[in-house]
Design a protein around this ligand. Sequence first.
Ligand SMILES: CC(C)(COP(=O)(O)OP(=O)(O)OC[C@H]1O[C@@H](n2cnc3c(N)ncnc32)[C@H](O)[C@@H]1OP(=O)(O)O)[C@@H](O)C(=O)NCCC(=O)NCCS
Length: 148
Amino acid sequence: MITYREANPFDLPVFVSLDKALFPYSPWSPAQYKEEFSSPTRHFVVALDEDQSIVGYAGVFAPGGAEADVLTVGVIPEHRGRGIAKALMALITDWAITRGSIAMMLEVKTDNIEAIAMYESLGYSQLNIRKDYFGSGLDALVMRRDLP
Ligand SMILES: CC(C)(COP(=O)(O)OP(=O)(O)OC[C@H]1O[C@@H](n2cnc3c(N)ncnc32)[C@H](O)[C@@H]1OP(=O)(O)O)[C@@H](O)C(=O)NCCC(=O)NCCS
């Protein structure tokens, strides 16, 4: 059974190593994660397997009263296709709503078919393209979902 909880500073090394595997084009450094984890406008959650190992994670920036930004969402390949990412997205979206956010925004690499399909199934629409957002030649699709 998969369980979910808020991330804590002890999870930081796992976020860093999973980032390298899942986002080789834009991994965050330990220093970046340390700063993000300590910010009251950010919220990170993890999915755990039966052994309490982290198999997925997500994070959101919600300054309150404005758009929230999905910072990251990832699930290790062995656990994909079972609704874990959707559950993680629901948790960070609920948190953004409690912060008074008016919409969820995100940037996704334009060739990331699986993620774009997931965001569309969650009600996100395509806004525009940001050239070279993830580095030279790596464009991002900006997506948005209004919140109730
Ligand atoms: C994108 C990712 C997070 C999806 O994780 P997941 O746990 O497999 O996703 P879920 O099982 O919750 O599926 C959510 C939706 O994604 C879509 N989806 C997932 N895998 C898909 C695939 N292989 N092909 C097409 N659509 C897919 C579907 O719409 C699915 O909803 P449905 O099952 O109701 O149809 C995962 O593939 C991943 O970690 N990829 C690498 C990191 C990444 O690119 N993250 C997004 C960065 S913006």
